[in-house]
Design a binder for this molecule. Structure first.
Ligand code: AKG
Length: 256
């Protein structure tokens, strides 16, 4: 799948792109099928919310499930990423943030680059975050909010520790306030099967999910091999395999 010139222009201007109807209902069902078994695993790749019970992320899914081993090589994800970045990419991080209804906590204001640079050591904000909505994402169930155009700004950050003692690099609220006042905010929603792309320096946040509805979102981070880092953090936070990712066939999620 190739992005149009207009989509590339929009991504460059806003810093994110929402593409509805990229994955079919049958493909979304194939991706949801292994989830109950994956949720049930008690392992470091399934960190919990502050309640100690609810799964906050399911990480390294491409090493835990055949369906996700295929999804991370899906041409509808890999080809646009290679088109945007124009060089060999490796799989940096693979996860689902399930944001369970009533119990899924939010994510503080941040750019991914603050963590990728400060914690992992990535030199440049080149990594791309590619999301696939496995549920309808609405205004109610904790969608992500973006500050369009913020990816072109120099955004300050500071080290914080969240409720579960995870290290985060978040953006001070005074800086968020200035950027939001100037640039505004947009929430990214769409039906199951929607794809979302955003860059490493995009300022974003997401509120807790206090609705009854879950909000499973798959996230793949691809980083240029030339920008590799992350050898000092757990592998589920930054994958070690630097093999350039290559696209499979378009029907890979449904073929045997
Ligand atoms: O899943 C969410 O709501 C937030 C995810 C996020 O902040 C990220 O992928 O960088």
């Amino acid at each position: 799948m190739k992005l149009t010139d207009q989509q590339l222009h929009q991504l460059d201007t806003d810093g994110f792109l929402v593409l509805p109807n990229v994955f079919t209902e049958a493909e979304i069902e194939a991706l949801r099928a292994p989830m109950p078994a994956l949720f049930a695993e008690n392992c470091p790749e399934n960190p919990r919310e502050a309640d100690g019970v609810t799964v906050r992320n399911l990480l390294s899914l491409h090493r835990r499930s055949e369906a996700y081993a295929r999804l991370v090589r899906h041409p509808r994800l890999v080809e646009p990423a290679m088109q945007i970045l124009g060089e060999d990419l490796y799989i940096q991080q693979v996860k689902i943030n399930p944001k369970i209804g009533f119990a899924g906590a939010g994510f503080e204001w941040h750019t991914d680059f603050a963590t990728h640079h400060t914690r992992d050591g990535s030199p440049k904000p080149l990594a791309l975050n590619l999301h696939v909505f496995l549920d309808d994402v609405t205004e109610f169930n904790g969608p992500m909010w973006f500050v369009p155009g913020s990816h072109k700004r120099d955004i300050p950050y500071e080290r914080t520790i969240d409720g579960q003692k995870w290290e985060l690099w978040t953006v001070p609220h005074a800086a968020v306030s200035d950027l939001v006042t100037e640039l505004g905010m947009v929430s990214a929603h769409g039906p199951r099967g929607t794809m979302l792309i955003f860059g490493d320096n995009m300022l974003h946040v997401s509120p807790p999910n206090i609705s009854p509805y879950p909000r499973w979102i798959f996230s793949l981070i691809l980083n240029p091999v030339s920008n590799a880092a992350g050898n000092n953090v757990p592998e589920f936070a930054h994958e070690r395999d630097r093999t350039p990712v290559r696209a499979l066939a378009d029907d890979c999620l449904l073929s045997n």
